[in-house]
Design a protein around this ligand. Structure first.
Ligand code: KG4
Ligand code: ZN
Length: 353
């Protein structure tokens, strides 16, 4: 097999474990593409009372959920550890106390079964979620490179050029709030609840995206992003309306905010795609669930756009298992001394081929 074929069709069946934030998840993926099982235990209801993720509560909940969720993933796939090729687990970035729960579970399984352990970068997992499916027939074409990837999640906004499988070159990222964080903060400001992204999207569907002319932070010709000015502009608008004792048009504010975020994300991504002659655009991470972002990117791009199915946009373990298949094929292995990497940038992952 040539190098390209070996990467496009990695032959492996991997168990993935994810516990970097507020979902405890386990999944089994075959050959980097086919999901044999995917189980997610969300802690969203637990954290809603705090208006955001409470790290101490998150790690304790992971401890309760991790064994049952791994057991569920194996049972749903009708497989045992001996049927697998490796155990992939999110090594970072993420909350340290949450990451170690998944990592220790993976180490225990690797030790007990003799299977290799693979520490996976969470953002790499988000990227590899784009090519996953539940049925052979629904699997998309393998990616074409160079590929321009926009990763937009609760903790990250990164523009990355993928020159090949597992090869990343950083172009830019947020200088302040991540895109998802901006959604969450503005949702709190508008008293729409947590998590903010879906709540803003719902309110925005009933509002006018042109009602408020919020700033678009282009930061010149570079590839960085900034969302804190936009967040402050929404706050000022609300304060102004309150001062004048006017009703707060929550839906219009949500729609105008969402439009400002989408304009900048799409505008920069398309400009970078052109500049770097990308053959494909990929959008991944929790915010890629946003309908407006999905539709606008698809409508305006001149090259193919891959976006994961909705259920795989937010955190899950199929993405970790999927990336794990590629890493397994590339020869990547970690030892049992592997530590969590809470701030691990995706462009610093090492390719083992
Ligand atoms: O990838 P993810 O599940 O977790 C992290 O790795 O951070 O992303 C979670 C983020 C949250 O900030 C959430 O508000 C945002 O994704 N999100 C959305 C939508 N669904 C989730 N943002 C905008 N529109 C959505 N529909
Ligand atoms: Zn994530």
């Amino acid at each position: 097999m040539t190098k390209k074929e070996h990467f496009d069709f990695p032959t492996a069946r991997i168990l993935g474990i994810e516990s970097s934030c507020d979902e405890t998840a386990a999944a089994i993926v075959e050959n980097g593409r086919l999901i044999l099982s995917s189980a997610v235990a969300s802690q969203v209801d637990l954290h809603a009372q705090f208006g955001g993720v409470f790290p101490e509560v998150a790690s304790r909940q992971h401890i309760r959920a991790i064994y049952p969720i791994v057991d569920q993933a194996l049972k749903e796939a009708h497989l045992r550890l001996g049927d697998l090729d490796g155990i992939a687990v999110t090594r970072g970035p993420g909350l340290p106390g949450s990451l170690v729960v998944g990592i220790n579970m993976a180490k225990g399984l690797a030790l007990g079964s003799g299977l290799p352990l693979l520490g996976i970068n969470h953002l790499e997992g988000h990227l590899y979620s784009a090519w996953l499916g539940h049925e052979e027939g629904e699997l998309s074409e393998p990616p074409t490179f160079p590929l321009l990837a926009l990763i937009v999640s609760g903790g990250h906004t990164e523009l990355v050029l993928m020159t090949g499988h597992l090869q990343y070159q950083r172009l830019g990222g947020t200088l302040d709030d991540a895109a998802g964080e901006a959604f969450d903060k503005v949702a709190r400001l508008l008293e729409l609840g947590y998590p903010g992204g879906p709540a803003i999207q719902r309110a925005a569907a009933e509002g006018d995206p042109q009602a408020f002319d919020f700033p678009r932070s282009w930061l010149g010709e570079g590839w960085d992003f900034s969302f804190s000015g936009l967040k402050t502009a929404v706050l000022r608008a609300v304060q102004g309306l309150e001062r004048d004792e006017e009703d707060i048009p929550v839906n219009d504010l949500a729609a105008s905010f969402q439009q400002a975020v989408v304009d900048v994300l799409v505008g920069k991504t398309l400009r970078a795609a052109k500049e770097f002659k990308a053959k494909e655009i990929l959008v991944a991470g929790g915010v890629s669930a946003n309908q407006r972002l999905r539709e606008t990117m698809q409508a305006e791009a001149i090259c193919p756009v891959s976006i994961p199915p909705l259920a795989l946009c937010t955190d899950n373990a199929a993405m970790i298992a999927g990336a794990g298949c590629y890493r397994f094929s590339a020869g990547h292995r970690d030892g049992l001394e592997m530590d969590a990497a809470p701030t691990w940038p995706i462009w610093e992952v090492v390719t083992g081929d």
